[in-house]
Write a protein that binds this ligand. Structure first.
Ligand SMILES: [Zn+2]
Ligand SMILES: [Zn+2]
Length: 244
């Protein structure tokens, strides 16, 4: 059995009545990672080197900037990260070039553009979330295969958002093989499709409620259908304002 650090939060996420338990986990991990980036990480030389090199995406910088009482920590992170960006730009700028070209015939300004693109694409928190969620996905399959209580709970759940369902399918090969791989992925896909149809019905009923013929009909489960559909089909983008 996988370590409890993965099994317990996974079981707990199934206690929440939500469209995707992996979104519940991701949101919690994200808050912890933002706290860490402005807290304990500041004292760890290795993680400072990492954050100086990679920095954070806009979303995570914004979440960091909303943390109360952490403006000095944020400024320290920004100070050394920006110094590192400038240092790397100068390394390229200071290289001797012949006719504007160097290193495999790439022009200096293009190498500079590549560096900036690379730095923009990296985020310490996004990378951490991705690798931790992959571990959760492997644990998911292990439990789905071996624990009948968990298996039944999943089959009667509301499924997953599409990006997290994609993650689960992608990680299935790491944990399962042969007949169980084929059967369990098919079973989970059926649960997912059934739940996509449920959400689809809700949003469809929402559109009907704007037709005068349905004026007196009940809203059923459709009042929050548009935001819930977005939650179901697109990448989890938790609310920044939830960050305290
Ligand atoms: Zn999700
Ligand atoms: Zn990020």
């Amino acid at each position: 059995m996988k370590e409890k650090i993965y099994t317990i939060p996974l079981s707990e996420a199934y206690e929440a009545d939500c469209e995707c338990p992996f979104c519940v986990i991701e949101k919690r991990l994200e808050q912890e990672a933002v706290d860490y980036a402005l807290g304990a990480s500041m004292m760890e030389p290795d993680s400072r080197v990492n954050s100086n090199e990679k920095g954070f995406c806009r979303r995570h910088f914004e979440q960091m900037s909303k943390k109360q009482g952490k403006s000095l920590s944020l400024a320290l992170v920004l100070d050394t990260h920006l110094a590192r960006i400038t240092e790397r730009m100068k390394e390229i700028e200071d290289k001797k070039s012949s006719g504007g070209l160097f290193k495999k015939g790439v022009a200096k300004h293009q190498e500079m553009a590549d560096l900036l693109k690379e730095m923009d694409a990296t985020c310490v928190i996004c990378e951490k979330l991705e690798s931790t969620l992959e571990k959760f996905a492997c644990t998911f399959w292990e439990l789905y295969k071996k624990e009948s209580d968990f298996h039944n709970k999943v089959n009667s759940s509301k499924g997953f958002c599409l990006p997290h369902f994609e993650l689960l399918l992608r990680m299935a090969d790491k944990e399962l093989s042969g007949k169980s791989l084929e059967e369990l992925t098919a079973e989970l896909t059926q649960t997912e499709i059934k739940n996509l149809e449920r959400v689809n019905e809700d949003v469809n009923w929402f559109t009907k409620k704007f037709d005068y013929r349905y004026n007196d009909a009940p809203w059923k489960n459709s009042k929050d259908a548009p935001p819930r559909t977005i939650e179901k089909i697109s990448k989890f983008m938790g609310q920044g304002e939830d960050v305290k």
